[in-house]
Design a protein around this ligand. Structure first.
Ligand SMILES: [Zn+2]
Length: 468
């Protein structure tokens, strides 16, 4: 692993330290913008986008607002820029920077949009302080460290619907891949495993849904006159679903495509707390918590049709029942359709009483597994270690949830290195009523990103990565 030259890190560090007050000021301003995408107030979100465009212009980058979504609804625009590096060597890579400027709602947190720095902890409080306005200013700070002329070609894709889950940006990525072509993608919407511990998110689970419908009768019949010999569709469905898990709650071994988790661990105590698990209830599954959370699949029933709620219960035998399963897929991109195929086959094979079944599934997002041996990845590690002085190792972590955008960007840039990092360490309490960002994290992550830009310029060898 090469470490970036001390001089470069020192130069960039002093540049970033000098600009830090201004950067915090810009983040503070951004937090004041109530850019809540979920409440449908697009004009507020659009104002934020315009504000960011002005910040970028001031940093020497000309950005435009691109409309997303063609479903007839109003959408928050994408802040987009294609900023070419003048006089660059022919093999200079293009780095795509992603962050989202919209925020999670803040109902019940009155000070959410009145940002304040707590000087004793050196943390800035406010909705979006970490998720993900820190990502926006971190990119901005890295660009500013080069006075607006960073040594790589940059593309900026800063989204206004990152929290809305509408998938409008993924659609645009697939419709207009030319806008998103890049050699390196940096997604600044994640964070270190702990403050001060430089971390890369190397693993994201995928997401799929499956609707399993069972039919047994032409219509519901009375449970007194027919119950017993008449096969109940709901009972059949439950029996089928029960075979998906082993007695300890892990996925049935024949369905599990296992990928060994090698990153940072998650303590059981921490996880019980995060997941609000009742004191005497056991965790399900086997292996380390991180293995179960980041690398193994998980299946949950998230919707049910065919059976009335209790207060409208009738004495009848159920003729037809449907369950919607949410399936968290193990991170390898290729395994999504294979896993679903196995699952369908399995459900067909355990069908009791020859009941009729129909199964419909959909991959929402493929997973992602970083190839940590690629040189750009190692450059990113060196950049992190340069920024977090005194640390000798970068931790790898995962996310149990999916980032559909990462899968879409990887799809249109199959050879690109995807880096997922940011300022959202666990104490930032994202989406909580005390969301905050640690200012030293913001400083160090900005420095790491700037250092990475610099090392991508100075290393012609990165070309090999880009076509791999
Ligand atoms: Zn986010």
């Amino acid at each position: 692993m090469n470490s970036p030259s001390t001089r470069t890190v020192t130069d960039l560090a002093s540049k970033i330290d000098t600009g830090m007050d201004a950067l915090v000021q810009q983040l503070t301003e951004l937090i004041r913008h109530r850019s809540i995408s979920a409440d449908g107030n697009v004009s507020k979100v659009r104002e934020t986008a315009q504000h960011i465009t002005a910040l970028l212009a001031d940093a020497g980058v000309e950005a435009e607002l691109i409309d997303v979504g063609d479903d007839g609804r109003q959408h928050a625009p994408l802040v987009y820029a294609d900023h070419r590096c003048a006089d660059a060597a022919p093999d200079t890579p293009t780095v795509l920077l992603y962050a989202h400027y919209d925020v999670h709602p803040a109902d019940g947190w009155e000070e959410a949009f009145t940002p304040v720095v707590d000087t004793s902890s050196n943390r800035l409080y406010g909705r979006g302080a970490a998720d993900d306005k820190a990502g926006i200013v971190m990119h901005l700070g890295a660009i500013r460290a080069f006075d607006g002329t960073p040594p790589v070609h940059l593309k900026l894709a800063w989204e206004g619907e990152g929290e809305a889950g509408r998938g409008s940006l993924e659609e645009l990525v697939r419709e207009r891949p030319d806008l998103f072509q890049a050699d390196v993608v940096i997604v600044a919407d994640s964070g270190n495993v702990r403050p001060g511990v430089p971390t890369l998110t190397t693993s994201l689970r995928g997401l799929a849904t499956m609707d399993v419908t069972v039919r047994t009768l032409q219509r519901p019949v009375h449970s007194g006159t027919c119950g017993g010999p008449a096969p109940d569709a709901f009972t059949a469905l439950v029996r089928m679903l029960a075979t998906l898990h082993a007695p300890d709650g892990s996925i049935a071994p024949e369905l599990l495509s296992r990928h060994e988790w090698q990153g940072a661990e998650v303590s059981e105590e921490q996880f019980r707390d995060d997941a609000h698990i009742l004191p005497d209830v056991q965790l399900t599954g086997a292996g380390s918590v991180a293995q179960r959370l980041y690398a193994d699949p998980a299946i949950n029933v998230i919707g049910l049709d065919g059976i009335p709620p209790v207060d409208r219960a009738r004495h009848s035998v159920c003729d037809r029942a449907t369950a919607r399963l949410s399936i968290r897929l193990s991170p390898e991109m290729s395994s999504a359709s294979e896993t679903l195929g196995k699952l369908r086959q399995h459900l067909e094979s355990v069908r009791p009483w020859n009941v009729e079944t129909t199964i419909q599934d959909r991959v929402v997002s493929a997973g992602y597994q970083a190839d940590v041996d690629k040189k750009t990845f190692q450059d990113a590690e060196s950049a992190l270690l340069g920024a977090y002085s005194g640390m000798s190792e970068v931790a790898y972590t995962g996310r149990g949830g999916s980032l559909p955008l990462v899968a879409a960007l990887q799809e249109v840039n199959p050879g690109a290195v995807m880096l997922v990092w940011g300022c959202e360490e666990p104490l930032t309490d994202i989406h909580g009523d005390g969301e905050n960002v640690a200012l030293p994290e913001l400083r160090n992550m900005t420095l790491a990103e700037a250092t990475l830009f610099d090392s991508l310029r100075s290393e012609p060898g990165t070309g090999a990565d880009r076509v791999a």
